[in-house]
Ligand binder design. Structure first.
Ligand code: HEC
Length: 493
């Protein structure tokens, strides 16, 4: 394969952000998983439930105005929760995702922007509008109590907001699907060939009912606190909300099966580690059953709430609700994990390097192409520093040196605690992607492999940790690095 599309390859021209204690993967995972939970449970799934309850109240207005008022109060109080959670923590973590991902993997985000340019800023506009619409729906609630016509309008706005919240998810899921399997994009390289990737519809089909279940279960849990035992609408409300969860459950199951069939076969190999980490991958099967059991538990609880609403105590929902959130969290973790070694399927590895540039890197090395590292080549005197830079470029997106998923610990464990040996490490690194499919191949040349090995052994002895550009500042760019970057070979992907 020749390096780069036109015999040219890409420079690594971003500073390297690195958190050595929690690791970059963990940072993104924490922010993103909290965001997805809020988005699915309190926006996509919650707003339709609130609107439905508001509508139920409206329908009773003629025959039973006192009860109608109670339904309306319940819907309003639930919307208050959604309002606080989505415009506060939801919006913050949403912004957090883009900050953290663009710091950790700017090359991948850069490629996504180039490919999905239109969707990128549309998503932002839609996101801003969503926040505005949530505010309008919530803040206009009380003024819409005045007349039936005003109430009708308000409910219609709720329907509109429900569709709108779903739309933000529908756009972003296209990009998530694309990253797992770009499908025909590899051939055509167009916006639509990327957008209409093979995983898009199945994943959207799965996420939509899952969000509805989460929204219904969260609303049910909150309703049990809002409605006192003697509230006359309590039983009916619990029964309705339980029914909502029950209706969506089979749709979600079909979505999950459909989704499973489109995950590329190669990724299935990553599943045991994705579900349970390497240490616990033997538990893969049992964990799958635990996750399934947890989902069954929430369905059974909903059945209980539907058939015997009076007897459903608050605490009965704690476990099922937790189970649903854990289910969603595991799904996100697995989805992110099985995509590896790629960050964009077949096109770019998780280390931010393009597949087509690998031959060039292997020959000339990666330091030579990197602008924001302190060494541009390996010499006898800079070996350990150069090795650290190779680590930053090739391993730091997934590993730390002294923290979670530490590369030093991984080697110590692999060699059962024996002192780290140069030969053993040097032999392992070029083969690591064959042993574990989720790691990208080592991109550097022979001298860089030597340097990385020396660095790992040194860190094992001296317990080093590595700082990112956000702590130590931008490394001084060397003259030869700048020249390399300016050379005619360089292009942006
Ligand atoms: C795409 C992310 C990713 C990248 C990049 C990556 N690794 Fe890993 N590596 C992992 C994961 C995930 C594990 C398994 C962690 C677990 O579950 O315990 C792992 C495990 C390992 C292990 C233990 C394997 C065993 O057989 O015991 C070693 C050693 C290792 N990595 C070295 C490296 C080195 C050196 C680099 C850089 C040249 C690197 N990795 C780059 C994700 C990555």
């Amino acid at each position: 394969m020749k390096p780069g599309a036109a015999g040219r390859f890409k420079t690594m021209d971003f500073p390297i952000f690195h958190l050595d204690w929690m690791g970059n993967r963990m940072l993104i995972a924490l922010i993103a998983i909290v965001h997805v939970m809020i988005n699915h449970a309190f926006a996509v799934g919650f707003i339709p439930v609130v609107t439905l309850l508001e509508y139920l109240g409206y329908r009773k207005q003629k025959n039973n105005p006192i009860e109608a008022r109670k339904w309306d109060r319940l819907a309003y109080k639930l919307m208050f929760i959604a309002f606080v959670v989505t415009t506060g923590a939801g919006a913050l973590t949403g912004v957090g995702i883009w900050f953290s991902t663009s710091l950790v993997n700017p090359d991948a985000v850069g490629s996504l922007i180039r490919i999905f340019y239109g969707a990128w800023f549309s998503e932002w506009i839609i996101f801003a509008l969503e926040v505005v619409f949530v505010m309008i729906y919530f803040l206009r609630w009380k003024t819409s109590d005045g007349s039936p016509a005003a109430k009708r309008k308000h409910i219609q706005f709720g329907v509109f907001l429900s569709i709108f919240s779903w739309l933000t998810m529908a756009i972003i899921v296209a990009i998530l699907g694309f990253m797992m399997d770009p499908g025909k994009w590899g051939e055509f390289r167009t916006f639509f060939s990327g957008f209409a990737n093979p995983l898009y519809i199945p994943q959207l089909y799965f996420r939509t009912p899952l969000a509805m279940m989460l929204g219904g279960a969260s609303a049910l849990f909150a309703a049990l606190f809002i409605l006192k035992k003697d509230n006359t609408i309590r039983n009916e409300a619990v029964s309705h909300l339980s029914l909502w969860v029950l209706i969506w459950a089979p749709v979600c199951a079909v979505g999950a099966l459909l989704y499973r069939t489109v995950i590329p076969e190669a990724m299935i190999k990553n599943l045991p580690t994705a579900v349970a980490t390497m240490t616990y991958s033997r538990w893969y099967e049992s964990l799958l059953w635990i996750i399934l059991g947890a989902v069954m538990l929430s369905i059974l609880t909903a059945l209980w709430g539907f058939l015997k609403p009076r007897r459903l105590p608050r605490f009965a929902l704690v476990l099922p609700l937790l189970a649903l959130f854990v289910f969603l969290g595991s799904f996100e973790r697995i989805r992110e994990f099985v995509r590896k070694p790629y960050i964009i399927g077949q096109y770019m590895y998780a280390n931010g390097l393009r597949v087509e540039d690998y031959p060039g890197y292997k020959e000339k090395g990666i330091l030579h192409r990197a602008q924001y590292v302190s060494t541009s080549q390996v010499t006898e005197s800079n070996k350990i520093e150069a090795g650290k830079n190779v680590f930053l470029l090739a391993c730091s997106r997934c590993h730390t040196v002294g923290g979670i998923n530490s590369v030093v610990d991984k080697f110590k464990k692999r060699f059962a605690g024996a002192p780290l040996q140069v030969d053993a490490i040097k032999n392992y690194i070029p083969k690591m992607n064959q042993v574990w499919y989720y790691m990208p191949p080592f991109p550097g040349n022979e001298a860089e492999l030597d340097a990385l090995t020396a660095f790992i052994i040194d860190a094992g002895k001296n317990g080093a940790s590595v700082q990112g550009a956000q702590t130590i500042g931008l490394p001084r760019r060397q003259k030869d690095n700048r020249d390399a970057a300016k050379s005619k070979e360089d292009i942006q992907p």
